[in-house]
Design a protein around this ligand. Sequence first.
Ligand code: SF4
Ligand code: SF4
Length: 207
Amino acid sequence: MSEDKGFELRFCNSASCALAVVNTEELLPKLEKILENANLGAFYQSLGLKGKKRRCFRVAVAACPNACTQVHIADYGTIGQAVPALEGDCNTCGVCVDVCEEEAITLFEDRFPMINFEYCINCGACIRACPQDALKAESLGYKILVGGKLGRHPMLAKEVFALVSAEKAAEILDKTISFYQKHCKSGERLRVIIEKLGWDTYLAAIS
Ligand code: SF4
Ligand code: SF4
């Protein structure tokens, strides 16, 4: 918690979590550097918010889609993603079918697993469970969500990118904070600004 710095960075420890699908130690220093350089504490002070509740830009990092760091109520959040693919010999044991909580896998003609990516949330559980090591992560990265908030008018964050690298995730945070500091005039949350200016305006600013 760094409220005196004008931001909060919540994150899970991917090194000690069996469910983690990405190593967040690669991403965290990049986000921390951007947040420190943004001088958000001084920025909020410069708005002259005396007498009002102190403001805080909230960032949350989760190493898997269980999102235990409450990414959906953060101004900016990342969720680790592991996109599964069959890359080895399958013995049709059906373990992946049983372990998938999203019911995204079926055994095609009892010969090999088929993944329905409309249901798959890239949690990596099937990859971990496959006894043949036949399922691999075809891609690893982060989903990016923006604009979550609680308070008097709570709103869940919206997905703005489905899968990006750690470098890109950091770049999006940097551009998001620049957008925020340009348009925040009275300590309002990022989502309030985006709703006022329009999502297209925000997306153009971070592209
Ligand atoms: S990654 Fe998760 S949601 Fe997707 S198919 Fe595997 S177990 Fe199911
Ligand atoms: S768990 Fe592995 S070996 Fe078993 S059906 Fe799924 S992909 Fe095939």
